[in-house]
Design a protein around this ligand. Structure first.
Ligand SMILES: [Zn+2]
Length: 634
């Protein structure tokens, strides 16, 4: 049998492992259940791919992200390794063929979504298959205390029943101690070996600033961004567009990214940003998954995030190359009120859920004791207007019922058709004047949705129908005509969402069973928001220590470069000095510069910079010319 290192060299061409990979692989090879907490970029996939290759048989990988599965499978195939993933929406006979191939085709890796495990055909195949390892990617998705809870992850336990002797490896990049404990319990892991890499990022300076003029501060920060990329995170689509426009006016080349732009726009903008042709991306949290860009120097948040989990993930996109980078959170007093309003006040209580659940049953005329697995098509707007419900509260309540597996909402739920006008308003009005129906519908849309000239805006066809007295199908045909005439860009979502009842109707009883879970989830949400507020307000403890200890890493040392550490001492810490001198030498490599230029082109305090310059002068690394400029002495 080959060694893990030989496999690593053979297939990947690396000659050494990343921290902890080797120990994790050894644990798996000893047939122990294993948990690996590795930060993104820490080489998670090799922790199961290498043992999977070493052992005889097939490794099953469960992952929530179809795109990521496809990527990994292609990566394995490129290395000449037989791997397969079952994509969504394939026919039963195709699935049967695939399963036969897995059984008799010597595949080393089978990637599955958790939903697939429900299928009997898949279960039967696994029962017959010689499985050598079961790898659960993004394992924290099984914990409903985590941010990314996916009910389908509960299906994974079926693998333990089918293959009681095969070891599990659970992998995640983010888990608080409670989530980790819950994950281990939910997956039925047996006394697992837990491997945790430190979450500290020594080259990333976390900074928190209370400011009134956020744009001015972004401007000051981005001025220092020479040659690298930046992300500015905002909370709404509107604010993404506005902030990006503003930055462009100030002369910073930027673009924006949010869930409402088309797939092509997303791809184009991501590429422009990743190649550096547009250095700054202004984005909502839709920008994240699958971004691998090493040269990000700034991640700036201009609104408070909803949890430290998401903050840590977003901020962590800075400095992947190991060079100095900054994660800056800008906030003001009003943001604190806003975050409570947005995330706490809208939490559904058991009482409220009972009300919504009863209305839902009445709406679809489900009788008492009936309804289990019944499916209905569903218009949210109509439901809300029938019972005069507050839409935000009703929306959250339905999502909670979905999360707690009382009902299941289809993917279309909450999605709207989007419209953006491409012409200036005078020209649009002129266009309307040609046809009365177009005019009525078009003007109604303009009145209802501000900002529709600037960006794709979600529109509600039911509402437009009510306001104009025209049927939805007439509205659609008018919109489609405008699209053909290139007046608007249109993304049409006509399929109604569907709702499936997963439990028989027992009114309050149905909710009482889960009342405890609801309270616990709300409590969790409140705690998360409180932790964010504490993070921004605690100016005594190192920001890095605050963050990593939240994730259970209690032994971390003060980083020396965050806003707290920097304010606590006049002179730079050792690690900071190292970063400063690296930056100075890098800048001088390009050009001779005086102290002021150097300080402008970097982001360190002038005092510390001068201190380091003096040291570099003293030991002859740099020299001064007659114009008082420093240059590298070689
Ligand atoms: Zn610090």
């Amino acid at each position: 049998m080959k060694t893990p290192l030989q496999i690593l060299e053979n297939y990947w061409g690396f000659t050494s492992f990343k921290p902890m990979q080797e120990a994790i692989i050894a644990s798996v090879l000893n047939d122990k259940d294993t948990v690996a907490l590795l930060p993104t970029g820490g080489g998670k996939s090799m922790c199961f791919q290498i043992p999977g290759l070493l052992k005889e048989g097939t490794c099953i990988v469960v992952s929530p992200l179809i795109a990521l599965m496809a990527d990994q499978v292609n990566g394995l195939k490129d290395r000449g390794i037989k791997a397969m993933h079952i994509s969504g929406g394939i026919s039963f006979s195709d699935l049967q063929t695939s399963m036969d191939n897995v059984l008799y085709g010597n595949y080393k890796f089978l990637y599955l979504s958790p939903e697939r495990l429900q299928q009997e055909l898949v279960q039967n195949t696994i029962r017959q298959l010689n499985v050598n390892l079961i790898a659960i990617d993004e394992a924290h998705c099984i914990s409903q205390w985590g941010n990314d809870f996916r009910p389908a992850y509960k299906n994974i336990t079926v693998l333990r029943e089918l293959k009681p002797l095969v070891p599990f490896i659970a992998l995640t990049a983010t888990a608080t101690p409670e989530v980790l404990e819950d994950t281990i319990k939910e997956l039925n892991l047996e006394l697992p070996a837990v491997f945790k890499n430190s979450f500290a990022r020594p080259n990333l300076a976390y900074r928190v600033r209370k400011v009134d003029d956020k744009l001015y501060h972004i401007e000051q920060l981005l001025k220092n961004n020479t040659g690298g990329s930046a992300i500015v995170y905002v909370r709404s689509r509107k604010s993404a567009v506005e902030t990006s426009n503003h930055l462009n006016q100030l002369g910073f080349s930027s673009t924006f990214y949010h869930g409402g732009i088309s797939k092509k726009e997303k791809d184009d903008r991501l590429a422009q940003w990743q190649t550096g042709s547009i250095p700054t991306m202004v984005a909502t949290n839709a920008f994240g998954m699958g971004i691998d860009h090493p040269n990000v120097r700034f991640v700036i948040h201009i609104q408070l995030p909803e949890s430290l989990e998401s903050y840590f993930q977003e901020a962590g996109r800075a400095g992947r190359d190991g060079n100095y980078a900054q994660a800056i959170l800008l906030y003001n007093e009003y943001d604190k009120i806003l975050v409570k309003k947005q995330f706490i006040d809208a939490l559904p209580t058991p009482k409220h859920l009972k009300k919504i659940y009863r209305k839902l049953n009445n709406y679809f005329q489900v009788s008492y004791g009936e309804g289990e697995f019944e499916q209905f098509s569903f218009s949210f707007t109509e439901f809300c207007s029938t019972y005069k419900l507050n839409t935000l509260l009703a929306y959250n309540a339905l999502n909670s019922l979905d999360r707690l597996a009382v009902i299941q909402l289809s993917k279309e739920f909450g999605r709207k058709s989007t419209v953006q006008f491409l012409w200036p308003s005078e020209k649009v009005l002129e266009y309307f004047s040609g046809d009365i129906t177009t005019s009525v519908i078009g003007k109604t849309i303009l009145r209802l949705y501000g900002g529709i000239f600037e960006m794709p805006t979600g529109v509600d066809l039911d509402v437009i129908s009510k306001k104009t007295g025209q049927s939805v199908s007439v509205i659609i045909s008018v919109l489609q005509k405008m699209e053909r005439d290139k007046v608007i860009e249109l993304l049409l979502k006509v399929t109604d969402a569907t709702i499936t009842f997963l439990k028989p109707r027992e009114d309050d009883k149905t909710i009482n069973v889960i009342a405890k879970d609801i309270e616990a989830l709300n409590q969790k949400k409140r705690k998360q928001v409180a932790s964010v507020l504490q993070y921004v307000q605690n100016s005594k403890e190192c920001k890095s220590v605050q963050l990593v200890s939240y994730f259970g890493d209690v032994e971390a040392e003060a980083c020396g470069i965050c806003s707290v550490c920097a304010s606590q001492k006049k002179t730079a810490s050792k690690s900071e000095m190292k970063l400063i001198s690296e930056k100075i030498l890098q800048l001088l490599e390009e050009n001779e510069m005086d102290a002021r230029e150097l300080s402008e082109k970097s982001t360190f305090a002038a005092k510390k910079m001068i201190h380091v310059l003096r040291l570099l002068l003293d030991n002859g690394k740099v020299k001064l010319n007659t114009k008082n400029q420093y240059y590298i002495h070689s």
